[in-house]
Design a protein around this ligand. Structure first.
Ligand SMILES: [Zn+2]
Length: 257
C-alpha cells in the first residue's frame, strides 16, 4: 500500500478513536500527516472525525495551499504547518478537545507538576499556551515558543495539540495528556499532591534518554520545584517566555522557515 493511501486510512482510524473516546464533539478537532518534504495530508473542515472516509482528506503544501482534494482543509491547518516547519522530526499532528485536559486549559492551569513517573518520561510536562482566536495567527503565535521544547501543549480556553514521529505516536500523546489530566484532577479533588522531586526526578530524566519509545527531538522539560496548584496557575498566566524560564532551563526557540 502506498504511503499516502496508508496515511489516509490511519487518519480515518485515529479520527474515529478521537470521536469514540469523546476527545472531540460534532466537527471538532483535526489531524494531519507529513507525506514528504512538501506535502501535508490533513482532515477537511466541517466534518465529524468519526465519520470520515479516506477520500475526504485534503493535501496542502507547507504554505497551506490546496494541492488535492474535493473539500476545504481544516481552518486550523496553520497550527499544523507551524509545527511541521519548526520540528523536522515531527510526522503527524493531532488537535482535539478532550474534556479533562481542556477543563484544565479553561481553568488557566498547566499540567506541569511531576505527579506521574510515566508522564515525566514520556512527555516531560504539558505547558499552557495563552489564548489565541482559533484559525488565526494569534493562535499559532501563542504556541510557537513551546513547540521546540514540548510534544503536547494545552491551549487556553480551547483544547490540546499533540505531535509525534507518526500518527500513532501523536495520538498516544493525546491519550497520555487526557489520562494525566484525569489523574491530576483526582489529586485536586483529594486536596493533596505529592509531586516527584529531587533524586527520583533526576533518575527519571536520566531514564528518559534510554527510553526506547521516546524519539522526540524536544527536551521535554520537567518542573523541578514541587510547587503548589497556585504555582501551576501562575506559570500558566505568565507570558510563554517567562513561564519557560521557570522550568529546568531556557528554551532554544527555532523560528519557522
Ligand atoms: Zn480546536
Amino acid at each position: 500500500m502506498s504511503g499516502e493511501r496508508q496515511s489516509r486510512r490511519e487518519i480515518v482510524f485515529f479520527g474515529r478513536m478521537l470521536h469514540d473516546r469523546g476527545y472531540v464533539a460534532a466537527m471538532d478537532g483535526n489531524l494531519s500527516v507529513r507525506l514528504d518534504e512538501e506535502r501535508i495530508l490533513a482532515t477537511p473542515t466541517a466534518m465529524c472525525k468519526g465519520m470520515m472516509r479516506p477520500s475526504d482528506m485534503v493535501i496542502v503544501d507547507l504554505e497551506g495551499r490546496c494541492l488535492a482534494g474535493r473539500r476545504c482543509v481544516s481552518s486550523e491547518i496553520g497550527m499544523h504547518l507551524l509545527i511541521y516547519k519548526m520540528r523536522p522530526d515531527i510526522g503527524a499532528v493531532v488537535h482535539a478537545h478532550p474534556t479533562t485536559a481542556t477543563g484544565f486549559a479553561a481553568a488557566g492551569m498547566a499540567l506541569t507538576q511531576p505527579l506521574v513517573s510515566e508522564v515525566v518520561v514520556g512527555l516531560g510536562s504539558i505547558p499552557l499556551a495563552r489564548y489565541g482566536t482559533p484559525g488565526t495567527p494569534e493562535l499559532w503565535e501563542a504556541l510557537e515558543p513551546f513547540v521546540p521544547e514540548y510534544d503536547a501543549i494545552l491551549m487556553s480556553n480551547h483544547g490540546v495539540v499533540a505531535y509525534g514521529g507518526d500518527l500513532h505516536q501523536a495520538y498516544m500523546k493525546m491519550e497520555t495528556v487526557e489520562h494525566f489530566a484525569q489523574i491530576a484532577l483526582v489529586t485536586h479533588i483529594l486536596g493533596k499532591q505529592e509531586p516527584l522531586g529531587g533524586n527520583d526526578l533526576e533518575k527519571l530524566i536520566l531514564a528518559r534518554s534510554r527510553y526506547q519509545g521516546n524519539r522526540s527531538a524536544a527536551r521535554l522539560p520537567v518542573a523541578m520545584s514541587c510547587g503548589s496548584l497556585d504555582d501551576s496557575r501562575d506559570l500558566a498566566r505568565k507570558d510563554p517566555e517567562s513561564a519557560l524560564s521557570d522550568v529546568v532551563s531556557k528554551p532554544r526557540v527555532t523560528r519557522p522557515r
